[in-house]
Design a protein around this ligand. Structure first.
Ligand code: GLU
Length: 441
């Protein structure tokens, strides 16, 4: 059965880059009728925070990316220890004692000699006495996995055939000197024991994948299908790594971005298919095909989310926004009309607030000098009301007769005088609303 997982580390808020990973794994599982696991990669107690675990769940729930179960790496430390023991027994695991400074010197030396900076495996030739002495001097060493020096190959779901020479990669450290199990091992144990069949993650993990394939094979597991999506860049192709913090999902939510706008964009960005606004998750699931994604860096512009958000809102029925509108203080009997006249004129639901203020408090009239007399004459012709949906037509027809103005020269100054703005709702529908709302005050 198809099983995927999204495996964030709870060290910060999810951002659009994480969402790309989460969404692809979610869509693959749902399309296949499989299982989607939310795996919290929290082996590092110093960096992991419970508040981020809660925030991750909240963000995924906001988007409707529901998981079938949650797994926590911090609850599985005994499994990782057992796997480490097996690697030790197989002779694939060795203790190394170099300090970070020593490793750095080795790297510089190799680079200066024009060689790739790969760990030289000096620790492999330490005798037991030397290890004892180093342990006494420096404390426990780190544990490295001994790679087989051969080519590691896989058919990547996005990159196509990948082939990496294991000799060009350092033997990965899987356990730190203080005993902390690192992600590379923990992830492999989880993927194997949880029956994960497909792993989609960022292309920054390609080298990890190479080493993880050898670890999975050493532990007798089944290698899942891997796919590495390209990393996101800013609109000009600039690196987003420093700015991703400002593209947190919760910030987009606070800006009024609609979940389906974000999901529709992310489900297609970087693929050969155009972005299509979807209103249902089932449509996204049906329309998803990882093979359509390319390996080139993918440009992300947060501004693309707003036209999509606006289109979603323009089609939204009143019943779906009744709560938000009531919260603004719009009287129940005027609320459906308020939504009807404003929804075409908002980008996000946050814009409703200023329309509501305009309806309730009126607007500072915006009158150009050359329209002053015209507006005064027109206002003198405006009947007391009550207004109905035809009042605006009757009034403007009368103003037209009296002043000779027509078209834009007739309507625009009146709109600006009444709403303070050059654009906005249909005036015929707005006029009775303004009157009814203000009559209540
Ligand atoms: N916790 C890892 C990360 O956030 C997971 C990577 C993976 O999907 O294997 O980078």
């Amino acid at each position: 059965m198809t099983t995927t997982r999204f495996a964030p580390s709870p060290t910060g808020y999810l951002h659009v880059g994480n969402l790309r990973t989460a969404l692809m794994n979610f869509l693959i599982a749902r399309k296949a009728g499989g299982t989607f696991i939310l795996r919290i990669d929290d082996t590092d107690p110093e960096r992991s925070k419970e508040e981020y675990v809660d925030a991750i769940k909240e963000d995924l729930e906001w988007l409707g990316l529901t998981w079938d179960r949650v797994e926590r790496q911090s609850h599985r430390l005994d499994r990782y220890a057992a796997a480490a023991d097996r690697l030790r027994e197989m002779g694939r695991f060795y203790e190394a004692f170099e300090t970070p400074t020593e490793l750095d010197l080795k790297r510089k030396k190799q680079l200066n000699m024009g060689r790739p900076p790969v760990y030289d495996r000096a620790a492999l030739s330490l005798t037991e006495e030397e290890k004892e002495r180093l342990r006494a001097e420096r404390g426990n060493g780190v544990w490295r996995f001994k790679l087989d020096h051969e080519r590691i190959e896989w058919e990547d779901g996005i990159l196509g055939p990948v082939s990496i020479d294991a000799a060009s990669v350092s033997d990965p450290v899987l356990i730190r000197g203080d005993g902390l199990v690192l992600y590379t091992l923990a992830s492999v144990v989880d993927d194997t024991e949880m029956g994960v069949t497909h792993v989609v993650r960022g292309s920054d993990h390609v080298t990890n994948t190479a080493t993880q394939i050898q670890i999975i094979e050493a532990l007798g597991g089944t290698v899942p299908s891997f796919a590495h999506h390209s990393l996101l860049t800013g609109p000009q192709g600039e690196s987003l790594s420093k700015r991703l913090g400002t593209l947190a999902l919760r910030d987009l939510r606070a800006h009024g971005v609609e979940p389906m706008a974000l999901l529709s964009l992310m489900a297609r960005l970087g693929s050969a298919d155009p972005v299509e606004l979807r209103s249902e998750m089932t449509e996204l699931i049906e329309g998803f095909d990882i093979a359509r994604f390319g390996s080139a860096p993918t440009k992300f512009d947060m501004h693309d989310l707003f036209p999509l958000t606006a289109r979603i809102l323009h089609a939204r029925p009143f019943s779906d926004v009744a709560g938000e509108i009531a919260a603004l203080g719009v009287p129940d009997d005027q609320a459906p009309r308020f939504w009807e006249v404003t929804r075409e004129n908002i980008t996000t639901l946050k814009d409703l607030e200023s329309w509501w203020r305009m309806c309730r408090d009126g607007a500072e009239p915006d009158i150009d000098d050359e329209d002053r007399d015209f507006v005064a004459d027109a206002m003198a012709l405006l009947p007391e009301g009550p207004y109905d949906d035809d009042s605006w037509n009757r009034w403007t027809a009368e103003v037209k007769n009296a002043t000779g103005r027509k078209g834009r020269a007739l309507f625009m100054p009146l709109r600006k005088a009444l709403t303070g703005q050059a654009h906005g709702p249909d005036m015929g529908r707005l006029l009775p609303l303004l009157q009814r709302i203000r009559a209540k005050e």
